[in-house]
Design a protein around this ligand. Structure first.
Ligand code: ATP
Length: 458
């Protein structure tokens, strides 16, 4: 990836690109949309999948101290009594219209926001959880909630995982899934919606080692975003003040990203202490303590929770990757997405629609598709086709020209530098794999050569 100076990108440009190229559409758009709900289109679904895969690979696949889980969205209603959500979210809530902090109205002395002095909304008894009924009878006894966080599914399965995996402390459980919050205010595109996806780790540790693990996870998670291409200067850590802490948290730090509307939370890392397991023990009557075979002690583990949003990550990756550069007499819009996040890895572009060329290009396309998401595009000039791929972040284009029919070679063109190499078609797959894994374009395979850097006609 090339170094670029950070550019301040307008949200409208991101929204427009997402709409135009099929990343993200308003939900049920033909009916006028549904407030703060979004549909991920053909490219958006790939981006989202790649983000989730990258997270899962880092926190589950490549570690031996975290296992995965996929708990159901609807849970026993007692879960929410134990977690504090049922009780905690029925306060008369007001929200500051400018900084969006929420307050209990009876805590406000002067009727304005204690942090920024802004105007607040009218107080209302509000529970953020969506409520529905299970089964055919709509009565109090059959009320269930859509989970407002994935975390509780992990806590209630703590003993199941300990018993079936024989994991020993410290260890974690990771989960990706939908969460629902009837947010008072929504907005800023996919930043705050009422249906969203979370990627959460609950990491169980021995009390006394929690501070160390809290610091460890802050570092780990920050590095994850940087490794996937987010500029470090666009990330910052923000430690919560005591009065800001959620009811369960001993300590919390947010990883904030410099979104177009300003710094805002991308991920929260909390030290939840023993709150959750103590509460679920109390409400379920089941012992959720842990037996340490070495010290022969029983205790309730402390929990460190890195909690990230898939949608907010997608927005941050898109904003950070967005770039515009002058090219000839137009602006080249491109997404410098990390190759592992790019929705399409390679585009196969035959120089013309002549039969022989198309046959060869289609054969290459079919072969590469077995490994990656690949586009085939033969419409309009080669320059236009390159621009289309740049705009959706495709790292490499493979061009098949007339000479390819004779010398069985093709050209690889790199998105960020527009540099090109020419190489034998038999080396294509292996070479693309190496380049997608980060190898320099100019490390040439046998028979490969640096190709002329052509003017890319628009
Ligand atoms: P905020 O203060 O922005 O409302 P939060 O502190 O309530 O967020 P957490 O409960 O810590 O959020 O949730 C963990 C993560 O889940 C957040 O960092 C964010 O990435 C994501 N998330 C939470 N609420 C939403 C939402 N309404 N829309 C999209 N993502 C969300």
């Amino acid at each position: 990836m090339t170094e670029q100076a950070p550019i301040k990108v307008d949200m409208e440009k991101i929204v427009s690109l997402c709409r135009r190229r099929g990343f993200i559409f308003p939900s049920s758009e033909i009916y006028g949309g549904l407030s703060s709900c979004w549909d991920y289109g053909p490219l958006g679904v790939e981006l989202k999948r790649n983000i989730k895969d990258a997270w899962w690979r880092t926190v589950v696949q490549e570690r031996d101290d975290i296992v995965g889980l996929d708990a159901s969205i609807m849970m026993h209603p007692q879960t929410w009594a134990a977690s504090g959500h049922l009780e905690g979210f029925v306060d008369p809530l007001v929200e500051c219209k400018s900084c969006h902090l929420r307050w209990r109205s009876d805590d406000l002395a002067g009727g304005s926001c204690p942090t920024c002095g802004g105007e607040v909304t009218e107080p209302r008894l509000f529970n953020l959880m969506f409520k529905t009924f299970m089964g055919p009878i709509e009565e109090e006894a059959s009320v269930v909630y859509l989970r407002p966080e994935t975390a509780q599914g992990i806590f209630v399965n703590f003993q199941n995982v300990v018993n079936t995996t024989r994991k020993r402390l410290p260890f974690g459980i990771a989960q990706i899934g939908k969460a629902f919050r009837n947010e008072i205010t929504t907005g800023n595109f996919i930043f705050r919606s009422r249906e969203f996806e979370q990627m959460e780790i609950e990491f169980f540790v021995k009390p006394g080692t929690d501070q160390e693990w809290f610091n460890y996870w802050i570092e780990e998670r920050l590095n994850w975003y940087v490794k996937l291409g987010i500029k470090r200067e666009n990330l910052q850590l923000r430690q919560h003040m005591k009065r800001e802490l959620a009811h369960y948290a001993l300590e919390c730090s947010d990883i904030d990203y410099l979104f177009p509307m300003g710094w805002a939370e991308l991920e929260g890392i909390a030290n939840r202490g023993d709150f959750d397991l103590v509460q679920h023990t109390k409400y379920s009557g089941k012992g959720l303590d842990y037996f340490d075979e070495q010290t022969k002690e029983h205790f309730i583990p402390y929990i460190i929770e890195p909690s990230a949003g898939v949608d907010r990550s997608a927005l941050a990756f898109l904003c950070d990757a967005y770039d515009e550069e002058p090219a000839e007499d137009e602006i080249r819009v491109l997404l410098h997405l990390h190759p592992s996040l790019a929705p399409i890895k390679v585009a196969v572009l035959p120089l013309s629609r002549r039969e022989k060329l198309v046959a060869l290009a289609k054969q290459i396309y079919a072969d590469l598709r077995r490994q990656w998401m690949v586009n085939y595009d033969d419409a309009q000039s080669i320059g236009r086709r390159y621009r289309r791929q740049d705009e959706i972040g495709t790292p490499f284009c493979v061009t098949i020209d007339f000479q390819s029919l004779e010398d069985e070679q093709a050209t690889i063109r790199e998105r960020d530098t527009m540099n090109q190499i020419r190489l034998p078609i038999v080396e294509l797959k292996k070479t693309l794999q190496a380049k997608l894994d980060g190898e320099d374009l100019f490390v040439l395979p046998p028979g490969g050569k640096i190709w002329k850097v052509e003017r890319e006609e628009g």
